[in-house]
Design a protein around this ligand. Structure first.
Ligand code: CP
Length: 328
């Protein structure tokens, strides 16, 4: 008989705790924290959607004030598979639409005994701002153009599942860097795991604060792709006004879109990644979506596993540290 899931998880965890109480940025996590999350994620991945009672008696609220398919659904399935009562609220269906403030809304959710609030919003910095007001654990599920830390965790797992290590691997990130929270977390995790990071994009998509990272900028995608182990394409973020920074989507796709010719310029074992949603034939050409080295759906599968791991580790701390909060 195979070892029950709960026992496998406990045996692998070996009483280890994360060094954080909640998650806002990849900067919050040490390499050891990330390794622990990924070790447990692999066990959850093997278990598919097997149910446990690890989070029985907890309430998790997915407060998604901006649209989402992958992140919201995977957090919901993750919570339910772990035995938590998981519910979703959106901006349009909540009293935010009547003018209630974020703080009042979040305090209301905390008063309903939410152990954890998973927050997605178009405002950069909202998760850390509201977290100071409530005892509930807050996870950033994507804030404006700032960060999307659980996306970076699943990105890293997908890269390591295939390449085993990132040390010295060439990762080329192509696209709308300046509006992308996916980039904000990805660049931080790649730097922690010692990848060689290259970025290629129109100059108008370059943010100002890039000098804090060890990255190489390249003006030409054709010059950058040779030797690449991972191509990571970013979506042009129309909802954040990105179209105003390029002549047209057609011109963008001609110069930066990942098509079969460009994919073939990378290493023969290179993988193609995109966080989704993909704008087909702009970011990534349709004919590559089903390529065996295109990892977009593997990323979705890893997202569920990584989020289960994170929910369990954050909800079930063993060192009895309590989150303290203050009204400001
Ligand atoms: N990658 C990602 O965040 O996708 P969703 O917006 O669908 O959650």
């Amino acid at each position: 008989m195979s070892t029950p899931l709960k026992e496998k998880l406990e045996n692998t965890r070996k009483n280890r705790d994360l060094g954080i109480l909640e998650l806002f940025s990849i900067d919050d996590l040490s390499v050891n924290d990330i390794s622990l999350i990924l070790e447990l994620a692999e066990i959850f991945k093997q278990s598919k959607t097997e149910k446990t009672d690890l989070l029985k008696g907890t309430t998790i609220i997915n407060a998604f004030y901006e649209a989402s398919t992958r992140t919201r659904t995977s957090f919901e399935i993750a919570g339910k598979n772990l035995g938590s009562d998981t519910i979703n609220i959106s901006a349009s269906s909540s009293s935010l639409s009547k003018g209630e403030s974020y703080i009042d809304t979040t305090e209301t959710l905390a008063a309903l005994q939410a152990k954890m609030i998973i927050l997605r919003s178009s405002e950069s910095g909202l998760p850390i701002f509201v977290a100071k007001h409530i005892p509930s654990i807050v996870i950033n599920a994507g804030d404006g153009s700032h960060e999307h830390p659980t996306q970076a965790l699943l990105d890293l797992k997908t890269m390591l599942d295939y390449h085993k290590t990132l040390k010295g691997k060439k990762v080329t990130i192509v696209g709308d860097i300046s509006h992308s929270r996916v980039f904000g977390s990805l660049v931080r995790i790649l730097q922690k795991f010692e990848a060689n990071i290259y970025i290629v994009c129109p100059e108008t998509f370059l943010p100002h604060e890039l000098n804090q990272f060890n990255i190489k900028l390249s003006p030409s995608i054709e010059d950058t792709l040779p030797g690449t182990d991972v191509i990571y394409a970013l979506r042009v973020q129309e909802e954040r006004g990105a179209k105003g920074y390029i002549p047209s989507l057609r011109e963008y796709s001609k110069t930066y879109g990942i098509n079969p010719r460009r994919f073939a310029m990378a290493n023969p074992d290179a993988i193609l990644m995109h966080a989704g949603p993909v704008i087909r034939d702009i970011d990534v050409f349709s004919s590559l979506m089903t390529h065996k080295r295109t990892k977009i759906l593997d990323m979705v599968e890893n997202g569920l596993a990584v989020r289960k791991s994170l929910l369990w580790l954050l909800c079930d701390r063993r060192d009895n540290k309590q989150k303290s909060y203050k009204i400001i």
